[in-house]
Design a protein around this ligand. Structure first.
Ligand SMILES: *Cc1c(COP(=O)(O)O)cnc(C)c1O
Length: 417
């Protein structure tokens, strides 16, 4: 880090950045929504483009001096529409939540009903939860998964759609290990005259890499984050059918946001370039292969997997059959002490609160970027099981922490910085 950080006398901040770099290099990152960006994405995010005000869109800015900023944003738009085969793109949303809110602002009136997935069964705050603006300005109605196979209950989606006549139906999830059937959602949306938004926040990289079916031909609008499986800078993006282009652009600016983060927009262009390379297809396939390997190895260690396994980049572990007393919260904390970073997560019909939970969510995007394969996933599952069999044994946690550091030293995301 010291080679890249011209911090001058600000040793206090430089030391913090060094410590975070060291944490990323020496501990296991299993948070399903995280990844390691490339040097090009990092450098672009830290570039002089951060200095520029550019409210508006390419060719229609409210400030002068945007000739090169326009080129960067145009490049990002061209690359992302080509990558996903979309008719229109808006690359300005500061985050995935902003992208979703912009879609609501473009397609709904306050008070309209929208139908999204339940938060405690894998959905997202921005899909109509009461604590989020999507559920306070709009009438949020939610569907879930079945108790039997723990897959989305498409019959319930249809029943709720017929009953509530939502103007917008949202598919997409933050903790759902299966492929979502976008064709069924399209059919239901058509049946009730709703628009269909597919939130691909978690899946964008897998879709770009051909490891997850593309919802783009089926949905009116597709939103996603650029920092999860897509491996770009922290931010959001909206793809839309041409008929919605004007409304979407107006919703992002001036309704919701002011000046775009053009250094991040340019870094999105860098990520879209990388995602279009053949190596990225290999990466996306390996992310899924690794998740399958992790799922199998965890099952061998005695863990129950929600829905019985995975078809994407994450697994959701039900801890109760492994240890009825072990909560997601206690498991996350013990794993943290052993250098394994993940998050507690509710499982479908979880008897415990969202602050405690009975589950863990584990993802493979970051480990795969670091170069790990199926063999390492077996090792990782074994380390997790050792920690969770003895969460109070500090000696055992320290031993695992050393093994984690040894493993990470062979798969260092930012070596030599
Ligand atoms: C991560 C995520 C988002 C929001 O992303 P932020 O950039 O954190 O606002 C939206 N939808 C889903 C399904 C997500 O998983």
């Amino acid at each position: 880090m010291s080679g890249r950080w011209p911090g001058g006398h600000d040793h206090e901040l430089a030391a913090i950045l060094d410590r975070e770099l060291d944490r990323q290099n020496t501990t296991l990152q299993l948070i399903a929504s995280e990844n390691f960006t490339s040097p090009a994405v990092l450098a672009t995010t830290g570039s002089v483009l951060t200095n520029k005000y550019s409210e508006g869109y390419p060719g229609r800015r409210f400030y002068g001096g945007n000739q090169f900023i326009d080129q960067a944003e145009d490049l990002a738009r061209q690359r992302v529409t080509a990558l996903f085969g979309a008719e229109h793109a808006n690359v300005q949303p500061h985050s995935g939540s902003n992208a979703n809110l912009a879609v609501c602002l473009a397609l709904l009136q306050p008070g309209d009903a929208l139908l999204g997935m339940r938060l405690d069964q894998g959905g997202h705050l921005s899909h109509g939860q009461a604590v989020n603006i999507s559920g306070s300005w709009y009438q949020g109605v939610t569907y879930g998964v079945t108790r039997t196979d723990e897959r989305i209950d498409y019959d319930e989606v249809r029943d709720l759609a017929l009953e509530h006549r939502p103007k917008l139906i949202i598919a997409g999830a933050t903790a759902y290990p299966r492929v979502i059937d976008a064709a069924v959602f399209r059919q239901i949306a058509d049946e009730v005259g709703a628009r269909f938004l597919f939130d691909a926040a978690h899946y964008a990289g897998l879709i770009a890499g051909g490891a997850y079916p593309s919802p783009v031909p089926l949905a009116d609008v597709v939103t996603f984050t650029t920092h999860k499986t897509l491996r770009g800078p922290r931010g959001g993006c909206i793809l839309a059918r041409a008929e919605h282009a004007k409304a979407i652009d107006k919703a992002v600016f001036p309704t919701l946001q002011g000046g775009p983060l053009e250094h991040v927009v340019a870094a999105k262009a860098a990520a879209f370039f990388e995602a279009a390379q053949p190596e990225f297809r290999t990466y996306a396939a390996q992310v899924v292969t690794n998740a399958e390997a992790l799922a199998r190895a965890l099952a061998t260690e005695g863990f129950r997997l929600v829905s019985g396994g995975t078809e994407n980049h994450l697994v959701l572990v039900d801890l109760r059959p492994f240890d009825a007393e072990l909560t997601g919260k206690a498991a996350q904390e013990a794993l943290d002490r052993a250098g394994i970073t993940c998050n507690k997560n509710t499982i479908p019909y979880d008897p415990r609160s969202p602050f405690v939970t009975s589950g863990l969510r584990l993802g493979t995007p970051a480990m795969t970027t670091a170069g790990m394969g199926a063999e390492e996933m077996v090792t990782v599952a074994g380390l997790i099981a050792r920690v969770l069999r003895a969460t109070d044994d500090e000696g055992s946690l320290a031993a695992v922490r050393d093994e984690v550091a040894a493993l990470c030293s062979k798969f260092t995301p930012y070596s030599g910085q």
